[in-house]
Design a protein around this ligand. Structure first.
Ligand code: CUA
Length: 415
């Protein structure tokens, strides 16, 4: 019994350390609410809510067990503590081994605890496995494919224009736009290794496995902007294989679809297009953290996303035209598709409406001029091991500062 005292002391120290850490984290409101971009505690959809329910039931049951066992341990530790020299050599107190009442009670208690956990667990497995029967006809279907290290989203039911005669299913990259309040079934595929699709606030993770057709379903309660993350180790840049889910109301979702189904936007040359050379647009100043997210974008991302749908205010048509030419001559077209413009590569993300996305480099950087230039200049420095960096080396592509600015202007114009 005496040996449990140091154990108790160790526990107390651990709890004190945890409390200290909590204080260090400051009085952040979101910290205390356990909220954040990838919180599984403050959730926004029925699937995540069912999973959270199972988590809470398990937590409460284990808390009760902890209090009971810890209480008995503490009681025994104090009650049978050696208080004098004589106590230490005394006979042990009467032993209760083999008491049928206690043993049956413990077995019954354990079974009860398991049953209490099993009921909501089985229920959640049932409800989170697939869209509930009643809503199945209303489910929106999307196919998500994992690549090292980005996500491709295909809307098989939406036919997008390539030119006047040719259509292909709508494809986007790294930003999954879904209708809010409606179940979405996501078919999970991979072209290389195992990835896993995870949108913490909407649904738990399901793996994308080679040669295996998995799927998950999720639903957003209301319009919103959600963080997603690859949740299965998949190589160098696994930790920065991210994406976003944007949930929109029915009308806004339809407007978005209409916009996306169009071919890429072509910027008309300005009336004074014989201007000597394109002007370097003034660099916008912004507060930047290590991932390149502006404060405004952090505060209201859905509003920031909406703003991105409109053409940039300081667009320079001559610069855009120069960028478009470079997009072909620098071999970007071999990996990327820009429907309606030149470019039909499929090994990199579809860029037809790239300018309307809030993020680039698979949810790592904010899609603005500075970050875009940083990415174009040296993608390998941003995301180690990625194929674009390798393409630069293999094809001996070098991009000057001026070319970088023009390419960024072209990509930004693709709304
Ligand atoms: Cu893809 Cu980790």
């Amino acid at each position: 019994m005496l040996t449990s005292l140091p154990t108790l002391a160790r526990w107390s120290r651990a709890i004190a350390a945890l409390a200290g850490l909590t204080l260090l984290a400051g009085c952040d409101y979101n910290f205390w609410r356990m909220d954040g971009h990838q919180s599984t505690i403050v959730v926004d959809g029925p699937v995540a809510r069912d999973q959270l329910h199972v988590f809470y039931v398990t937590c409460w049951v284990t808390l009760v067990i902890f209090i009971l066992v810890g209480g008995v341990l503490a009681y025994a530790t104090v009650k049978f503590k050696a208080r004098s020299e004589a106590d230490e050599h005394a006979e042990p107190p009467p032993q209760g081994h083999g008491n049928p009442l206690v043993e049956l009670g413990l077995i019954g208690g354990s079974v009860l605890a398991l049953v209490v956990i099993a009921i909501p667990t089985l229920n959640a497995i049932w409800t989170t496995h697939d869209v509930p029967e009643a809503q199945r006809a209303n489910a929106y279907e999307i196919t998500a494919t994992g690549y090292q290290w980005w996500f491709r989203f295909e809307y098989a039911s939406e036919q997008a224009s390539v030119d006047a005669n040719i259509k292909m299913p709508l494809v986007t990259g790294n930003e999954l736009v879904i209708p809010a309040g409606r179940p979405v079934r996501i078919h999970l595929r991979t072209v290389d290794v195992i990835h896993s699709l995870w949108v913490p606030k909407l649904a738990g993770k399901v793996d994308m496995i080679p040669n295996r057709a998995n799927f998950l379903w999720l639903q957003a309660d209301k319009p919103g902007y959600f963080w997603g993350q690859c949740a299965e180790y998949c190589g160098d840049s696994h930790a920065v294989m991210r994406f976003r889910v944007i949930a929109l109301g029915p009308r806004e979702f339809n407007d978005w679809l209409d916009q996306q189904l169009q071919t890429a936007r072509t910027v008309a040359p300005a009336p004074d297009s014989n201007r000597a050379r394109p002007q370097f647009a003034a660099l916008r100043s912004f507060r930047q953290n290590e991932t390149g997210i502006t404060a405004k974008f952090d505060v209201n991302p859905l509003e920031a996303w909406r703003e991105k749908q409109a053409p940039e205010k300081d667009e320079d048509p001559a610069l855009v035209a120069q960028g478009r030419a470079l997009f072909s001559s620098k071999a970007c077209i071999t990996c990327h598709t820009v429907r309606g413009h030149v470019g039909a590569g499929i090994s990199g993300p579809d860029l037809t409406h790239f300018g309307s996305r809030t993020m680039l480099a698979a949810g790592l950087l904010e899609n603005n001029r500075e970050q875009l230039r940083r990415w174009i200049k040296d993608p390998g420095a941003v995301k180690p091991g990625n194929k674009m960096a390798k393409g630069y080396v293999d094809n001996k592509i070098v991009i000057s500062t001026e070319e970088e600015v023009a390419l960024a202007a072209y990509l930004e114009s693709l709304k």
